[in-house]
Ligand binder design. Structure first.
Ligand SMILES: Cc1cc2nc3c(=O)[nH]c(=O)nc-3n(C[C@H](O)[C@H](O)[C@H](O)COP(=O)(O)OP(=O)(O)OC[C@H]3O[C@@H](n4cnc5c(N)ncnc54)[C@H](O)[C@@H]3O)c2cc1C
Ligand SMILES: Cc1cc2nc3c(=O)[nH]c(=O)nc-3n(C[C@H](O)[C@H](O)[C@H](O)COP(=O)(O)O)c2cc1C
Length: 781
């Protein structure tokens, strides 16, 4: 085959040499606009997995790279006058120049033609080629030429960064954070050869502008960074090797993805590779890894399907299908890490103490979990766990190992939860006339015995017409109060769990079926309906029952109903109360602009839409004993254009905080039937994180949190203070006890009646773990 690689970066060179090695008869040319030793950029980072891959595909190149590699294990953080370090992270770095020189030499040795100082205008410059690799980097001319076919999606990110180098040497991947009068700067630092270190400085656009760096030349920018990071640089200079660049030396990262990776131009097949088709932010490693792995995958497909021109279409199809998945996975992790660095200043650096800040930084991509950190550096993690537990109020003798964060206590007002797990409120639709009965005693009682710190009873309604379904519980009369009191007393007598009640009014989503009845959840009852109230006359479902927009008299009546329920809840002995302001129910219908169309004082701006929910909150807070906690559940994202966004959620949380809320329970959605949520593991936790660290109020994270490892990571990183677990508790009332056994946390107390099962469960999980544990490759953080 005749192959031309446009662009002699890692992708083009490595693919060229691999294909030549596959069959020396291939005629391969790499065309590069620069001179052979004229390359920019400092060190690049590889993972051990990429190195293993390279060793398999071309041992001589891998051996050369291996010799030139710098390996380091530790990550060091310099922050607020402290230096923290954790190990076991295993990175390797190499100078970009050195890497390209090794690849160039190997290409020449194998007979790949290298044509330097040649600017390629178009793929059609090579009419006799069978295959053209567009490995022409992030600004790929070839990708741009065929943009309607490749459909690139290019997102320019807000932070500014500058690639610099220094001769100060470091023995760890180092992060330094410095605050100026305008905001935070961070440096990402790693040594890549015997006497040089990459030094990338990054800051938000607003901070960069406030310092006038948008008008600064290269020398001024370097002088600025040298002064800012003087303590770290210890007299060393910063250097640039990009003096050829026009315009600002400070770049914005561009995230590139493409829908289609290849195209037949009428004569040859053109395929994108490396940065031309995808980019990954430097916060997670380097695009070089992806470029090299692209080259390997395409070669593998030629090897498996045949390296002849006829096989090209099939090969390219498989290449795209396979690479796309891996690349997306890495890009997602890189995106999380990038966002962490974009928001790090005010959200984390200003809020978190150094130990927790370090933990948050190490887990920024969200693919490194608590147990993964334990594998990397047990001593560091145990030190962190001790620090965390002591902050949570535990006094531990030196020989006693601290519990993981999930099993530390948490105190709000006068209530101390034994751990950070909540049984999330879950409607059971099993009452008659709003009276909880045997089912509720068994249901809530079993979960109270199952290890959670707080069991939250389902949404309970302040009046009969406030119910979602005829089976929903109520708290508008003394019989209901007494029924709840019985349950609360049993829970208190038989377990050390606390018990909460969630009070809520169904509003526009009332008078509907239980999920298993008639036409199913959210659909109107076939008969026996009651009139609905809402902020505005907007039905939840198209064609569904239309609620009446509340009058001021309705508002006063409903507020007073909430107060009556609150007093009954206090009489019943509940430890904690939650006000339901989420999921499109009555109070939520005021908050969301999708459901609140009012033109009076209770509609319009967010501040006005919050007025009624805050009025109810204030009345409830007043009626609820001062020594007991009151949390508020919100929908932090409507998942509909024009609806509530996480930015609004921060404002909503601030308003409830000022009104005296203790915690915000960060759920999302169910406000509009048009919602398009993005589900995934811990998918609502970013809202709890933002609210906690931007509004400065404690939060409860909820949604697809299904393992102790999730809870530990969330709590330890300060992304929330408590985790609510719903569906897993339906299947397993003893979810907390089970998860403790799974991670080998054995000091957790069990109900004494169940003790015979504890040891057995712990032994079985320990055995399972031992069987599974094999040396594993560790991804870079
Ligand atoms: C200047 C620069 C510095 C970088 N520094 C670092 C770093 O220090 N650390 C790090 O981890 N990552 C760095 N990166 C990013 C990382 O190297 C890339 O993700 C990786 O190089 C991707 O490899 P690639 O082969 O796809 O693209 P590139 O390495 O960008 O290679 C593309 C090549 O194509 C050539 N080219 C483009 N258009 C034409 C044309 N029309 N005709 C001929 N030749 C053309 C370019 O000169 C370039 O050599 C840098 C990238 C660049 C471009
Ligand atoms: C059967 C069921 C009933 C629910 N009822 C309520 C409720 O009464 N109040 C509430 O705020 N959320 C309710 N939810 C939402 C859960 O509390 C929780 O936010 C959601 O299920 C996501 O958590 P998970 O992924 O752990 O299930 C309910 C969820 C389920 C599955």
């Amino acid at each position: 085959m005749k192959i031309v690689c446009i662009g002699g970066g890692p992708a083009g060179l490595y693919f060229g040499l691999l294909m030549k090695q596959l069959d020396p008869r291939h005629d391969i040319t790499v065309v590069e606009r620069n001179k052979p030793y004229d390359t920019f950029g400092w060190g690049v980072v590889f993972s051990d997995a990429t190195m293993d891959n390279m060793r398999q595909w071309d041992p001589p190149t891998a051996a050369e790279i291996q010799q030139a590699f710098n390996h380091w294990d530790d990550i060091e953080l310099k922050f607020k006058g402290r230096t923290l370090r954790s190990g076991g992270h295993g990175f390797v770095g190499i100078g970009r120049k050195k890497l390209l020189n090794i690849l160039q030499a190997r290409c020449e040795q194998l007979g790949v033609k290298l044509q330097f100082e040649t600017e390629v205008d178009a793929d059609t410059d090579f009419p006799d080629a069978d295959l053209i690799i567009a490995s022409d980097g992030i600004n790929s001319r070839i990708r741009n030429k065929y943009a309607p076919i490749f459909k690139p999606d290019i997102v320019t990110r807000p932070n500014r960064y500058i690639w610099l180098g220094t001769h100060r040497l470091y023995d760890a991947f180092t992060f330094v954070f410095e605050k100026t009068e305008h905001g935070w700067f961070q440096a990402h630092i790693y040594k890549f050869d015997a006497d040089t270190t990459t030094y990338i400085v990054e800051t938000p656009e607003s901070v960069w502008k406030a310092h006038g760096l948008d008008k600064a030349g290269m020398d001024e920018s370097i002088a600025f960074c040298e002064k800012l990071f003087a303590a770290d640089l210890q007299g060393h200079k910063l250097m640039t090797n990009a003096r050829h660049l026009r315009g600002s030396a400070w770049l914005n990262f561009q995230r590139v993805t493409c829908e289609q990776w290849s195209h037949f131009n009428g004569r040859a097949h053109v395929v994108l590779m490396g940065d031309a088709v995808h980019t990954a932010h430097f916060a997670i490693g380097s695009g070089t890894k992806l470029a090299i792995e692209d080259a390997i995958e395409l070669t593998r497909q030629f090897k498996e399907l045949g390296d002849t021109p006829e096989r090209i279409p099939e090969v390219l199809q498989r290449y795209q299908a396979l690479r796309r998945v891996d690349v997306l996975r890495l890009q997602n992790a890189a995106w999380n890490a990038m966002e962490w660095f974009e928001n790090v200043g005010e959200r984390y650096a200003d809020q978190l103490p150094p130990e927790q800040f370090m933990y948050s930084m190490l887990t920024r991509s969200q693919r490194i979990s608590h147990e993964n950190l334990r594998l990397r550096d047990k001593a560091w993690l145990e030190g962190f766990e001790r620090w965390f537990a002591e902050r949570a109020g535990l006094q531990l003798p030196a020989h006693v190992q601290a519990p993981p964060p999930m099993f530390t206590p948490y105190t709000v007002r006068s209530v101390t939860l034994k751990n950070r797990v909540l049984v999330s409120p879950m409607a059971q639709y099993s009452c008659v006339d709003g009276l909880p009965g045997d089912f509720h005693l068994i249901h809530l009682g079993a979960r109270a015995l199952g290890g959670a710190g707080l069991v939250v009873a389902e949404m309970t309604c302040p009046s009969a017409d406030a119910r979602i379904t005829p089976g929903c519980p109520g708290l508008w009369n003394e019989a209901q109060r007494d029924a709840w009191k019985h349950i609360v007393e049993v829970v208190h007598r038989q377990s050390d769990a606390k018990i909460a009640l969630q009070i809520g009014h169904a509003g526009p989503k009332g008078s509907t079926n239980a999920p298993w009845d008639a036409s199913g959840a959210d659909h109107p009852l076939p008969a026996g309906n009651w009139p609905l109230l809402a902020a505005s006359a907007v039905p939840y479902l198209d064609g569904g029952a239309v609620p009446r927009a509340m009058t001021r008299a309705d508002m006063q009546r409903v507020r007073d109903d909430f107060v009556r329920s609150t007093r009954y809840a206090a009489d019943a002995g509940f430890d904690w109360l939650e006000l339901h302001c989420a999921h499109g129910y009555l109070l939520s219908s005021f908050i969301s602009p999708l459901t609140n169309r009012r033109s009076d004082d209770y509609g319009g701006s967010l501040a006005h839409r919050l007025r009624y929910p805050l009025e109810v909150f204030a009345a409830v807070r007043e009626a609820w004993p001062q020594h007991l906690p009151l949390s508020v559940r919100i929908s932090a994202h409507d998942w509909v254009d024009g609806g509530i966004t996480p930015d609004d959620a921060v404002q909503i949380a601030r308003a409830f905080k000022s009104a005296g809320a203790d915690m915000i329970d960060c759920s999302s959605g169910q406000v509009s039937a048009l919602q398009k949520p993005t589900y995934g593991r811990m998918y609502q936790t970013p809202f709890a994180d933002r609210v906690r660290n931007e509004a400065g109020i404690a939060t409860i994270a909820v949604g697809a949190i299904s393992e102790a490892d999730h809870v530990n990571s969330i709590i330890a990183a300060g992304r929330a203070d408590l985790c609510a677990i719903a569906r897993p508790h339906l299947a397993n009332p003893a979810w907390t006890l089970t998860e403790a056994a799974k991670i080998g946390y054995t000091p957790i107390p069990w109900p004494r009646q169940y003790l015979a099962g504890k040891n057995q469960m712990e032994t079985l999980f320990a055995r399972e773990k031992a069987q599974q544990s094999q040396p594993q490759y560790k991804e870079p953080a």
